[in-house]
Ligand binder design. Structure first.
Ligand SMILES: Cc1cc2nc3c(=O)[nH]c(=O)nc-3n(C[C@H](O)[C@H](O)[C@H](O)COP(=O)(O)OP(=O)(O)OC[C@H]3O[C@@H](n4cnc5c(N)ncnc54)[C@H](O)[C@@H]3O)c2cc1C
Length: 457
């Protein structure tokens, strides 16, 4: 039996920082990884996809050369080179995580699949490890629902997409949410025909209707076909093509393509962790149940990142690390419920989001104000010829505090932080109106947009 002060399972966005924190405090720590160091974000998520989004954006802009005063005769994307660039950038982070962990004094790195044997012991390879503090950071993977035909047809997920080094002639993306939309737009820009098949009545169904509609129009304008209300999706092979059936009211009731990407949600990697042997409770979908400080149902065991169902982003996983570390090492009683929802969708233009949606606000029946402003009236946007989208901000009518925002437009993923930081400061929106912002930027419009707030009716 090997004994440590702490054991960490998984090297995603929380585990490595926590290992370094324990080791830095003079504690012995073991960190176990069964796959690639760095987990989803580094290897099959944020970093590779945003690298590919950048390649797709460059190709798109080159095709628009005439609008900017230059000409490019033939924009043809070489997918092998796109993949090589993506692989190099991912590998840099992957190596950085592994090298950093291996160089950390007091930290033992173990490669293998970890399983609980009891609340305080973990089996990995032929070893048994014991610690009073165990941290689960096992992340998640693409959901593969048991839809008709799923076993008859080859399909791609965000992970296998990472190996694609050719241009699919016609990519069908099943799932019109964040992951699906990013792949759909980038492959369209690489040169594929792209169809999105979405079960629900609109894309990114958690967003406000005006946001969903604007994103749909942006994608449609690039020639992406979008089929919504696709109930009972099925897969089949016919004449060398993949046919996606969509029993829905719209016709045609099927679409044939060359490749299918399944982007229909994520599932936590908790089914093969031996949680039952430790008595660690999960919910019906397999997410580990945690309290506000990320402790599981078993004392001495914490769950961080995607596997706890309290967030599904790199920054929420890293924030989980900060919460746990501050509680353990700084006696700073941070809680998950203190954080404000924030994320971005990396279509072009991106969508930056924070706080409540307008729909959530309406349901809450709070007295609120709203202001909405089109990007077509933002000078930075038309200087860059990127005028799609809008800015929408909601404010509490009584406290004057910002409640939420959606910035769909050029720079939206960055500008949103102006609002987010004021929200964390719990300051009234009027603070922004007294700030001098830089010209020309998108952010310089926030003070005047906030001057247009009207009651949300
Ligand atoms: C296509 C795509 C794009 C994304 N883009 C963004 C984005 O732009 N911004 C953003 O914030 N988020 C994005 N995300 C989400 C983000 O990648 C995840 O939220 C984040 O990586 C979750 O990190 P984590 O720490 O929970 O675990 P993960 O990064 O998933 O790491 C978990 C690790 O645990 C290991 N593991 C699992 N089980 C075991 C076991 N039993 N024993 C040992 N090791 C184990 C795994 O091999 C893995 O390395 C994206 C996700 C996808 C799929």
């Amino acid at each position: 039996m090997m004994r440590f002060d702490a054991i960490i399972i998984g090297t995603g966005q929380a585990g490595p920082s926590l290992a370094s924190r324990f080791a830095g405090a003079g504690k012995t720590v073991a960190i176990i990884e069964r796959g690639k160091f760095g987990g989803t974000c580094v290897n099959t998520g944020c970093i590779p996809t945003k690298t590919m989004v950048a390649s797709a954006y460059a190709a798109h802009l080159a095709r628009r050369g005439a609008e900017f005063g230059f000409s490019v005769s033939d924009v043809r994307v070489d997918m092998k080179r796109v993949k090589t660039r993506k692989d190099a950038i991912s590998a840099r982070s992957n190596k950085g995580v592994e090298d950093g962990l291996r160089a950390t004094k007091n930290c033992t790195v173990i490669q293998g699949h970890a399983r609980f044997q009891s609340p305080g012991t973990i089996a990995v390879n032929d070893d048994v490890l014991q610690a009073d503090n165990i941290f689960i950071n096992v992340g998640g993977r693409a959901s593969v629902p048991d839809m008709p035909g799923i076993h008859d047809v080859p399909f791609l997920t965000n992970s296998s997409m990472m190996e694609v080094d050719f241009l699919p002639e016609h990519l069908i993306v099943v799932g019109g949410s964040y992951v699906g939309l990013e792949f759909a737009q980038m492959y369209r820009r690489f040169g594929s025909e792209v169809t999105i098949v979405e079960m629900g009545p609109r894309l990114i169904g958690r967003e406000d209707e005006d946001v969903s509609q604007a994103v749909l129009e942006i994608l449609n304008a690039e020639g992406i076909r979008i089929r919504r209300n696709a109930k009972c999706i099925s897969l089949a092979k016919r004449d060398g093509r993949v046919v996606v059936g969509m029993e829905c009211s719209e016709t045609p009731k099927e679409v044939a393509g060359t490749h299918v990407l399944l982007a229909v949600g994520r599932v936590p990697n908790t089914g093969d962790l031996g949680l039952e042997r430790a008595g660690i409770a999960t919910d019906q979908r397999g997410y580990i149940i945690v309290n506000d400080q990320l402790q599981t149902s078993v004392p001495g065991v914490w769950a961080l990142g995607d596997c706890n169902g309290r967030g599904a982003f790199t920054h929420t996983s890293y924030n989980d690390y900060e919460i746990v570390a501050d509680n353990l090492f700084n006696a700073d009683h941070r809680r998950v419920s203190d954080r404000i929802q924030a994320y971005a969708l990396y279509t072009d233009p991106p969508l930056g989001r924070c706080g409540m949606t307008e729909a959530e606000l309406r349901n809450s029946r709070r007295r609120a104000l709203v202001a909405k402003y089109p990007m077509s009236r933002v000078s930075r946007a038309f200087e860059k010829a990127e005028t799609q989208g809008f800015i929408k901000i909601t404010v509490d009518a009584d406290t004057q505090q910002i409640l939420g925002a959606a910035i769909l437009g050029v720079g939206g993923d960055e500008v949103i932080h102006v609002l987010l930081d004021v929200m964390y400061a719990k300051a009234p929106y009027t603070v922004i109106q007294r700030a001098m912002h830089i010209h020309p930027t998108v952010a310089e419009y926030l003070p005047s947009i906030l001057g247009k707030l009207e009651p949300l009716v």
